[in-house]
Design a protein around this ligand. Structure first.
Ligand SMILES: Cc1cc2nc3c(=O)[nH]c(=O)nc-3n(C[C@H](O)[C@H](O)[C@H](O)COP(=O)(O)O)c2cc1C
Length: 379
């Protein structure tokens, strides 16, 4: 069956991936209200068309974080993309770089940033930081990142606690992986994934693990690790941000900002950009949606960091909706993973191509020559 939109790729991913892994990517938290609300909010937005504007769009080009870029898209950080496909992170970075789209490497990726850089030399790599309890090891990690020609550091500030995802428990999906009759049966029902992502690469270079962990902690996702030092620090403060700002020479983006006061404070602390995000509805079920928070932040008087938005983007028109609400750029989380699951690097690239074509079509109907021309029509 031809894959024509994000939902088609999602359905293909569902067939290809073990249920535990598919649900980990796809679902939300607790009642999954946030997930539904994000979608409902996006569906409720209408965009104001203008007429007789000549050729539209002239281009999808836009500028953010100090560079002109061919599209307003960014690939969001997603942990464990290397469980979706062998060398999954490198494949996503390469697919993104075909379109000049930055790819954000997660602290919790399977491949370390050095390998991704080697495999995708032309990619614009951003790095997403989860601060480990052991700050010395965190500083060491940042030195490695800086050596990989990575300018933009994305500090995630909305994951103070481990989220409650009951489906993961029921599916037996977790790190370390603990075999149960259910998760073993799930994996055995997906022999192609088992061979291509676990066994074949495993024979060459061992079981997948968190690639950024120091070697002494890198025991594989299958075996138990006592990495207390590498747990995410739940008690970050503005003071920590200041220390990071002092130590990092490139740009800093805060990810997971939903309050206007925090956005203003971030700018005052020297932050270059923020991602207005509900973490795709995966962390906390009672948050305002991005579509609610974004215009409140964008409408502030005073100096703001540059605004990036994410959560729930499934169509090109969703990208334009966040731009109409004030974002300069928009991140994709799950969608590229579904592309990767459905067709490896080519699948991720095909998915991005479809989304970019949808953006073009929508801009044509709206009479928007460039992304910055967009405006909202409801209210
Ligand atoms: C499987 C998965 C893993 C994720 N891992 C991370 C992560 O390691 N760090 C982070 O800041 N955000 C992480 N996120 C959140 C994304 O960066 C992004 O905010 C979210 O997925 C956007 O929503 P969308 O998936 O609806 O596009 C993850 C999301 C998914 C789906």
């Amino acid at each position: 069956m031809a894959l024509l939109n994000t939902d088609d790729f999602r359905a293909a991913a569902r067939r290809r991936l073990p249920r535990g892994l598919f649900d980990y990517i796809d679902r939300g938290t607790e009642e999954e209200l946030s997930l539904a609300r994000i979608r409902a909010a996006l569906d409720g937005i209408r965009l104001q068309p203008r007429i007789l504007n000549g050729e539209c769009p002239v281009s999808l080009e836009t500028a953010f974080l100090g560079r002109r870029r061919p599209t307003p898209l960014v690939i969001a950080p997603t942990a464990l993309a290397g469980m979706v496909a062998d060398r999954g992170e490198t494949k996503l970075a390469r697919a993104a770089s075909r379109f000049g789209i930055p790819f954000t490497v997660s602290t919790q990726s399977v491949e370390p940033i050095e390998d991704i850089r080697r495999g995708a030399p032309d990619a614009e790599l951003w790095f997403q930081l989860y601060v480990w309890k052991d700050r010395a090891r965190t500083a060491q990690l940042l030195r490695r990142v800086a050596e990989c020609d990575c300018e933009t550091l994305v500090l995630t500030v909305d994951t103070q606690m481990p989220p409650k995802r009951e489906y993961n428990q029921r599916n037996g999906f977790g790190v370390p992986f603990r075999p149960t009759p259910r998760n073993i049966a799930d994996i055995l029902c997906h022999p192609r994934w088992l061979w291509q992502v676990i066994l074949r690469p495993g024979l060459r270079h061992g079981m997948p693990s968190y690639g950024h962990y120091p070697p002494e902690f890198r025991s594989g996702l299958m075996s138990s690790t006592t990495a207390e030092d590498l747990r995410l620090d739940p008690a970050l403060t503005w003071q920590d941000l200041r220390a990071l700002r002092d130590g990092w020479r490139g740009r800093i983006v805060l990810k997971g900002v939903l309050a206007a006061e925090d956005a203003l404070r971030a700018r005052a602390e020297g932050v270059d950009g923020i991602v207005v995000s509900t973490h795709g509805g995966r962390n906390f079920d009672c948050l305002p949606t991005t579509a609610e928070a974004l215009p409140r932040i964008a409408g502030q008087r005073g100096a703001l960091p540059e605004l990036i938005a994410d959560s729930g983007v499934r169509r090109g028109s969703d990208v334009l909706k966040y731009i109409a609400l004030g974002a300069l750029a928009v991140q994709l989380g799950r969608a590229p993973l579904w592309g990767l699951a459905a067709g490896d690097e080519g699948g991720a690239a095909a998915l991005l191509e479809i989304l970019l074509a949808e953006i073009q079509t929508s801009m044509g109907f709206l009479g928007a020559r460039r992304p910055a021309d967009l405006a909202r029509s409801d209210g």
